[in-house]
Ligand binder design. Structure first.
Ligand code: SF4
Ligand code: SF4
Length: 393
């Protein structure tokens, strides 16, 4: 999206739709079940007041769940002043509930919200407007473009990176972390990635620095690895200390020799008490088409491509915040060298509205409304271009 009213893009929404959020407002979660509990736990990171649960099950009404009262929809109807409903039930059960809401003329986006939409689109806006807190879902620091594998269709174009390619210096990594974490209040997932991040010589220092200074601002702190390199004891020590999750991409289907490596890595991680997650074996990737797509498109079409793509993969690099790590890295690694200015300079955020501008950028707003690399990318259509996963050159 192209900025039309920078720093004020959500003003009207707040004014028109969210009047209800006056002092003392709170949330009722619809569904006192497993999804309700998960939502309740996730909302713990926000300063919102959860007033209770609503459930149609008569046997639950009048009891408590997660230490909060469970009431009926009728009771809510009597006491609904200053409250909204967030529907957390499974999709198959939602239709009946929405029908009930319709009968009471509850409006979606004003009186009630569906959980995921509330979490992704509403809560971050409310947090900035009401509490001056900026929560973002995901960002990463790409510490190196070098990799121990050469996947033909690497979405970062790392196969084209020479082994002598210069990594980010540790001071650049620290500067990236400082620039980012001094401006946001909380991030759900923060990832150190590559290339292969375990090739990065100062990874232990990077984890220790971010862990020591900013761990409280991070929900999940992760390192994504292809599992080919055994981490040092020192690195694992800091990963354990700062509760870093080692996320192992699973290419065992295409590269069977990696299965043994995964086993050895997992055994070491277990021995050292470090959390890990081995991804599921996938034999198909999406082809973004970076090597051959050339849309030669006009502005309007490119804005459409960018908006439809809605990639969550933000990258912090020094004081620059990129909205698509793939666009930045592919442009450099495959020598397109376009879109050099397609980032938000965190150091240049100033004035009373900078937090709202940053919020808007995380929602996809920018001066141009697209990235130059969108010209060379299938974007959302990449899912219609399946390719074998991790095929090696
Ligand atoms: S392992 Fe990952 S970073 Fe390395 S070449 Fe393959 S896709 Fe790219
Ligand atoms: S369409 Fe643009 S934003 Fe989306 S992945 Fe491609 S280059 Fe990145």
């Amino acid at each position: 999206m192209k900025w039309k009213n920078k720093g004020h893009e959500f003003d009207e929404l707040m004014e028109r739709k969210l009047r209800i959020y006056s002092e003392g407002w709170g949330i009722y979660l619809f569904g006192a079940g497993i999804f309700g509990k998960q939502a309740y736990e996730q909302l713990a990171e926000f300063p919102f007041k959860i007033k209770g649960f609503i459930d149609n099950d008569i046997s639950k009404q009048g009891t408590e769940y997660c230490g909060l009262p469970i009431i009926s929809l009728n009771q809510y109807w009597q006491e609904r002043e200053c409250s909204i409903i967030v529907v957390t039930v499974a999709k198959k059960n939602a239709a009946g509930i929405l029908y009930e809401f319709g009968k009471r003329q509850f409006e979606c986006g004003r009186d009630y919200f569906i959980w995921q939409d509330f979490l992704d689109r509403v809560a971050p806006v409310l947090l900035v407007y009401q509490y001056n807190k900026l929560h973002v879902p995901l960002a990463q620091i790409c510490v190196t473009e070098r990799c121990s594998l050469k996947c033909k269709k690497c979405a970062h174009g790392c196969y084209a990176t020479a082994s002598s390619h210069e990594d980010l210096s540790i001071s650049e990594v620290m500067h990236s972390a400082d620039s980012f974490f001094t401006r946001i209040d909380y991030i759900k997932v923060f990832v150190l990635i590559g290339g292969e991040p375990l090739l990065y010589k100062e990874l232990e220092q990077a984890v220790a620095y971010i862990g020591e200074h900013y761990r409280k601002q991070i929900g999940l702190f992760e390192i994504t690895t292809n599992g080919t390199i055994m981490p040092s004891d020192e690195l694992l020590h800091v990963c354990k200390k700062y509760n870093v999750l080692i996320l192992i991409s699973n290419y065992g289907g295409t590269i069977p020799r990696l299965k043994e490596k995964y086993e050895m890595l997992i055994s070491k991680l277990e021995e050292q008490g470090v959390s890990y997650y081995l991804g599921s074996e996938s034999d198909t990737w999406m082809d973004y088409g970076f090597e051959y797509v050339d849309r030669k498109a006009e502005e309007e079409q490119l804005i459409g491509v960018f908006d439809a793509c809605a990639t969550p993969c933000k990258e912090v690099r020094g004081s620059r915040l990129y909205s698509c790590v793939m666009a930045r890295s592919v442009s450099e690694n495959l020598g397109y060298n376009v879109g050099e200015n397609d980032y938000l300079d965190l150091d240049r955020l100033e004035g009373s509205n900078w937090k709202k501008e940053l919020l808007e950028f995380t929602f996809g707003y920018s001066e141009k409304g697209y990235l130059d690399m969108c010209n060379h990318c299938h974007g959302a259509d990449a899912k219609n271009h399946p390719i074998p996963a991790a095929e090696q050159l």
